[in-house]
Write a protein that binds this ligand. Sequence first.
Ligand code: PEP
Ligand code: MG
Length: 591
Amino acid sequence: MTFSIHGLAVARGIAIGRAVLVASSRVDVAHYFIAPTQVEAEIDRVRRGRNAVVDEIHRLQASIAHMGPKEAPQELTALLDVHLMLLDDDELIGGVKRWITDRLYNAEWALTTQLEVIARQFDEMEDEYLRERKGDLEQITEKVLRAMKGMGSTVVPPPVRAARKTAQHDLLLDDTVDVPLILVAHDLSPADMLQFKQSVFAGFITDVGGKTSHTAIVARSLDIPAVVGARLSSQLVRQDDWVIIDGDAGVVVVDPSPIILAEYGFKQRQGELDRGRLSRLLHTPAVTLDGQKIELLANIEMPEDAVGALKVGAVGVGLFRSEFLFMGRQGRLPDEEEQYQAYRRAIEGMQGLPVTIRTVDVGADKPLDSSLRDDAHLNPALGLRAIRWSLADPAMFLTQLRAILRAAAYGKAKVMIPMLVHASEIRQTLALLDHARAELDNRGVAYGPLEVGAMIEIPAAALTLKVFLKYFDFLSIGTNDLIQYTLAIDRADESVAHLYDPMHPAVLRLVAGTIAEAQAQGKDVSVCGEMAGDTSLTRLLLGLGLRSFSMHPAQILAVKQEILRADTAKLAPWAQQVLADDEPGYRVGRA
Ligand code: PEP
Ligand code: MG
C-alpha cells in the first residue's frame, strides 16, 4: 500500500530505489558490492565468523560445566543455549546467504540487513519473552561481526560504485542488483554521513534532524536527495521496500503505485535536464546586471572535496570544516603531520586559489565519534564547542595551528576561528597563533603567511563587531548558528524546525549590520552558512550588500544563475524595506 511520510527537504532531487534499513549503531559497517565470483568467499566469511562465536560459546559452556551446581549461573547457561539456537537459525544464516547471492552485498552488510529483517519480526511478536530475544539476536550479530573483523576480508572493496540511475520503465521490471539503494536510519551522525562519500547509496532518509543540522549539511555536500526529520520512517519502512525520496519537497513515498512511480520518474529526468542546463554557466563570470563582481566560494569537509569545488568554478574555499578530519577515530586525534598533509592537499588541490581553514568545531551535534554523543551536558550547543574546546586544550589547538601555518607555505591560506564571542578569547587565540609561529621558528620549520578571520555566529559577536574588526583581517557570517542562537532554536531538532527562520527580522538585522559595518571598515565579509546557498535568499543578500558567498559546491551554479539575473542597484532599496519590515518573510514570498 502506498503511503507518504513528510520530513524536511535537505538535499534536492529525486531518488527512487529500494530501502536499506540500518540501525545507527551499525552504520560504520562497510557497505559495498562484491563481484559474483566472490560470493562463495563472502558466505564462507560469515560461516567462519559464526563458527568462531559458536566455538566461543561451547568453551564457555564447558567452563560452566566444571563449576559446582552452586556456582554455575543458571541464567547464563540458559542464555548461552538461546544464543546457540539463534546462531543455528536458518532464517539468519539462510537470509544472509540470500543477500550475498542475490544482491551481492558484502558479508557485513548482508548480516546487518538480515538482522534488521528478523528484528522487525521479533518486534511484531505478541509473546513478550520472544520479543525480548531481539536483544540476544543483536548481541550475537555484533559478536559475529567482531569475529569477522579479525579474519579480514578476502574481498577488496571496489572503488565507489554509484548506484545506477535506472530508467523509470526499468524500475518496474528490474529487480536485480543494479537498483539504486536508499538508506533509512533513525539517526546518522555527521561522521557516519562522511562515510557515505564512499558509499553505494543513492539517497537517504532519517527520522530525526533539522535542516541545518550537520548531518543535513554533509548530505547536501554529497549532492544526493535526502530527507531528514521524517519521523518514524525507520519503523514504517521495511527492508527492501520501494521508496521515492522527493528531496525538493521533503517527502518520502513508500511502496509507490506504478502511476506515482511514473510521475516521479518524469520529475527525476526533469531535474537532471535542469542541472545539465545550469552546467552551461560554468565559465560565465559571476557578475550582476549592473556589473557587480560576486565571489562564489566553496564549503568543503575533506581535502579531496577541492576537486568538486574547482569543477563548478568556485574561486576558492570559504569554509573548510577541519573537524571532519577529527571525527570517527575512536578518540585518537590527528597529529601535526597528518593535519599538515591534509591542509596542504586542500591548498594544493585549489591550485593557487585561497583556502580558508576553519579551526576545529566539535561539540553539540558534531561529536568526535557517533558513540560519544554529548548527552552528558544539558545544553551541548551552549557548552564546550568550537573555539571554547580548542582553548580548553591549548596543546591540541597549537598542534592544529602549526599544521595550518606549515601548509600555508604551499598556497594562499587563511585561518578562521568559530564561535568567538569574548575579547579575551580573541586575544588568547591570537597569542596562541603567535606562539605556534614561535614554536615553528624554534624548530626551524618553514611556514607561510596567514590571513586571520573570525566567524560571526553568535548574536553577541554581531552586536560587538568593533573588537572583531580591530583584530581580524576578515569576517564570515555563520548563519546556521547565528539563527540557532538568535532564535533559541536547536538547529538539529526537527520538532522546532518550523521556527528556524532565516527571515526572522532579528536575524536579518544582525546579518545586514555585520555586512555594513565590515564594509565600512574596508574588511572582507562573506556568508558561509546555508543561507549563502539558498537561491531564494540570493537577491536579498545581494541587496544587503553581500559580495562574497560560500556554499556547497553543488549550489554554486544555481546561485550564479540568480546573480546573473540580479541588479544590485535595484535590490538595495528593496532590501532596506525588507529589513524594516516586521514580517519580512511575506515580502519575499517565503512565509
Ligand atoms: C554556521 O554556523 O553557519 C557555519 C557555517 O558553521 P557550522 O555549520 O559548521 O556550524
Ligand atoms: Mg557554526
